[in-house]
Structure formats: structure tokens, C-alpha cells
Ligand binder design. Structure first.
Ligand code: ARG
Ligand code: ZN
Ligand code: CA
Length: 435
């Protein structure tokens, strides 16, 4: 059965991922083993994790083998990912600038749309496989409490450095807690201490650890950056892991990354090899796709994701997938915010534009006749339009709201369920039953 074979293969791949890392690698050992250590420790401390990772693999497999109509979200829809960047700094050089953060978002919005200038460097034989992943990233404009934010949180820490053990993801351990990882991609920026550039939590793990961690000097394209890792490709690479993509050599000697259009290669590549770089398992003379974002080459050497990698990433957004919740994430839209930002010192409301959330109440429900539509502050609803739709989606009643306290009769409507929509800034919609 293809399904079982696939299962066995991924389990094998998984085990080899853990043990092979540290054996095969001599150069840059410290840098790469930290990632293996991460997965190993996570699995040891969380016995259900292996099954959760496997469930994601099964979801990807089933989605990619389903009839074409149900493979993707809407066909190639542009997926928006709100990002929150938690900057943890002990010294001021670690407290990277807003401009540095923004430069990274710009890189992501090029690399995940194949709009990066260096696509010209993709060898012609590999250009045919290159894909526009069609994902867009924004710095979150709305925080989890519906307040306005710039998507950047700064926290002073007493930790000299962090390891790939997730401490940076917990306020109680000198880090900063994740924002709801169903709706935000959390990126932690800190001093990773070792030569590690960054690491990612793959999909399926615990919500509070979900996201990617990047060293402060390998993030973005401006600021004090490490040479050869100064083009923002560490985040491009780690976010692809967060989106379920594996290293191009399958983390094994001629391993399998679960992607058909990335050729088999023996190991990772460092620096920037000359094309073609052929290894014993190269399927043809074109050799390794070392310019793929999922190899270990220098930033200036990487320039492509393939369509196969794109399909893996996008499968996670299909119904039942671990990233499906992002299709309804709205934090890129600043008009959804209700209230001013919270200061970085965690202090209470700052500024003069602070507006607490003012929920619109619609009651009683069910009702035989009248409904009340109220809120605390008149301006939340006054002048807004209230529309009532039946279950067929037909507009059956419409009315302008004139005060903070409105009473509207539903008596002339047949019994049944209705959707009441008020086009406030937050677009309130409630289902109400007319008895
Ligand atoms: N986790 C990998 C490391 O720390 C990331 C490699 C990213 N490569 C790059 N050119 N930015 O080694
Ligand atoms: Zn990696
Ligand atoms: Ca492959």
C-alpha cells in the first residue's frame, strides 16, 4: 500500500534525522547539531510529539494525493501571515532596529513570491521547477487583545545567551510568551550564543513553542549582520521548516525530503559551490540544487523554492491542516484594531487614542419579536448599518442604527434562524433565532 510505505519511510527518515546529524557532520558541527538536539530533546520530553509530527505528515500526504479540487485552500489564493517579532536583548546591539525587522519582512515577501532579484542566478535546468509560494507576510497590526500594534515586542533579558531549548519562548525564563500561534507566526530574535543561525519548531508541536528563533545578527539585511548570512535567508529557511519543508538532502546520506522536484543529494552544501555540483546520488548531471533555500549555502547563493516545496507548504493550510487557522487570521488589517498600543515596558494603556474593546450585544436570543442592539459607546454603532439575512443569504431587513441602544422588531419575519450583521469596524455578525 502506498500509504503504508509512505508511513514507514517517514518514520525511518525521522529516526535518521535524529541520529545522523551528529555523526555525518564534521565541519560546522556545533551549528547543525543544535538543531538535531532540539528535535531530540523535544521528543524526549514530550512522548506524544512523534505522533503529532506523523499526523502532519499524513495530512500532507493525504492532501497532496486527494483529487485536485481539494488539494489547496482556494486555488493558489494569496495567504496572509501576520508576524510578531519578539526581540530579547541584554546588550543594546541585540535590540535590533525596526528598520532591520522590516528589511526581513521585505525579504520574505520577495522570496515567498519568487520576486527576489537573484532568481536570475537559478540555473536554467532548475528554473523550470521554481515556484511562487504565494504567501505574504506582514508585521501584525492588531495584537491578541485587539489592540493596535506594530508587530514588534521588545523585552530586556538577563540571559547572556539562549540555546535551542525554547527558553526564549517563555517570559518566566527570560524570554517572551508566544502570541496565539493559530493566528500569528511568532519570531523570537535573541543571542543564540553558538554558531547557530536559527531554528524552527515544525508544525504539530505545542502551541506555546510554535514559531522560529533567529539570531539577532542573521535577521534582515540592514544592521550589524554576520557576513554571508546578511541577506535574510535564515528566516526564509526557518519559516519553510515551520511550514513543513525539510532539508533538501533529507537529513540523511542521500535522504528524501518528501519532495519530488528537488533532486536527491548526498549531503548539505556550505559556501557556494560551482554549478553543477554532482554527488553519488545525483539523478543526472545537473547535480545538487544547492541554490535551494533548504540547503545550507550562503545567503547570496540561495534563490529558490520549488513547486513541490510550495505544494507541501500550502497543504498545511487545507482543511484539517495545522496552519488552516491562518486563513481566517486578520491581524494584517489595522482597521480590526480597537484601542491603542501597549508599551514595551508592559505598562498599561499609553497614548490618548486608547479605546477599550466595546462589544456589541444583541439580545434576547432566541426572540419572538424585539431584539436590542446595544454597546457602551455610541460611536461604535451609531451611523452603522444593520443587515438581517435569512439562511439562504437573502437580505430581509436593513436599518440604520441611530443610538447606542436600539430596539428592532423581527415580528414580520418568518420563524427561523437569521444572521444579523453590523458593519462596525469589527464587522459584528451574530446568528439569532426568531421563535
Ligand atoms: N538552521 C540553519 C543553521 O543554523 C539555518 C541555515 C540558514 N542558511 C542560511 N544561509 N541563512 O545553520
Ligand atoms: Zn534547517
Ligand atoms: Ca527530493
Amino acid at each position: 500500500m502506498p500509504f503504508n510505505r509512505h508511513k514507514q519511510r517517514t518514520v525511518k527518515l525521522f529516526v535518521s534525522l535524529l541520529f545522523f546529524y551528529c555523526i555525518i557532520i564534521t565541519a560546522n558541527a556545533q551549528r547543525v547539531c543544535a538543531v538535531a538536539e532540539y528535535s531530540k530533546k523535544q521528543l524526549q520530553s514530550n512522548p506524544t510529539l512523534a505522533a503529532a509530527y506523523q499526523a502532519v505528515e499524513d495530512h500532507i500526504y493525504n492532501t497532496l494525493h486527494a483529487p485536485s479540487a481539494s488539494r489547496d485552500t482556494a486555488a493558489n489564493e494569496l495567504i496572509m501571515i501576520p508576524v510578531v517579532v519578539h526581540i530579547l536583548y541584554k546588550s543594546s546591539d541585540q535590540n535590533i532596529s525596526d528598520a532591520q525587522v522590516k528589511s526581513q519582512i521585505d525579504v520574505l515577501n520577495k522570496d515567498y513570491r519568487r520576486l527576489n532579484a537573484d532568481t536570475v542566478n537559478t540555473p536554467a535546468v532548475f528554473k523550470t521547477f521554481a515556484g511562487d509560494v504565494h504567501i505574504k507576510f506582514c508585521l501584525a497590526q492588531v495584537d491578541p487583545d485587539s489592540r493596535r500594534t506594530n508587530g514588534i515586542v521588545r523585552r530586556h533579558t538577563n540571559s547572556d545567551y539562549f540555546e535551542a531549548d525554547d527558553a526564549m519562548k517563555y517570559s518566566a525564563q527570560g524570554g517572551d510568551n508566544a502570541w496565539d500561534s493559530k493566528k500569528y507566526l511568532n519570531i523570537w530574535i535573541c543571542n543564540l550564543g553558538s554558531r547557530l543561525l536559527g531554528y524552527a519548531a515544525p508544525p504539530g508541536g505545542p502551541a506555546e513553542r510554535d514559531g522560529v528563533t533567529i539570531n539577532f545578527d542573521a535577521f534582515g539585511t540592514v544592521g550589524n549582520l554576520r557576513p554571508v548570512f546578511n541577506k535574510g535567508r535564515t528566516a526564509t529557511h526557518e519559516i519553510a521548516h515551520w511550514l513543513g519543508v525539510k532539508h533538501i538532502w533529507g537529513d540523511d546520506n542521500c535522504g528524501d525530503d518528501g519532495v519530488d522536484d528537488t533532486p536527491k543529494q548526498q549531503y548539505y552544501n556550505y559556501y557556494c559551490p560551482a554549478f553543477p555540483h554532482v554527488s553519488p546520488c545525483s539523478p543526472n548531471g545537473n547535480g545538487d540544487m544547492f541554490m535551494n533555500f533548504m540547503d545550507f549555502t550562503d545567503d547570496a547563493c540561495m534563490n529558490e523554492f520549488t513547486n513541490g516545496q510550495k505544494r507541501r507548504m500550502r497543504a498545511l493550510f487545507a482543511t484539517g491542516g495545522p496552519r488552516n487557522s491562518f486563513l481566517s487570521a486578520s491581524a494584517c488589517d489595522s482597521s480590526q484594531a480597537q484601542g491603542g498600543p501597549i508599551g514595551d515596558d508592559g505598562s498599561a494603556d499609553k497614548g490618548t487614542d486608547v479605546k477599550p474593546v466595546d462589544p456589541v450585544k444583541v439580545y434576547p436570543n432566541p426572540t419572538a419579536d424585539m431584539i436590542s442592539i446595544t454597546c457602551k459607546t455610541a460611536e461604535t454603532i451609531v451611523g452603522k448599518t444593520l443587515n438581517v439575512y435569512n439562511m439562504m443569504g437573502t437580505l430581509v431587513l436593513t436599518q440604520q442604527l441611530k443610538t447606542a441602544e436600539n430596539k428592532i422588531s423581527l415580528r414580520q419575519l418568518p420563524q427561523g434562524a437569521y444572521i444579523i450583521r453590523i458593519d462596525t469596524d469589527k464587522k459584528t455578525a451574530v446568528t439569532i433565532v426568531r421563535l
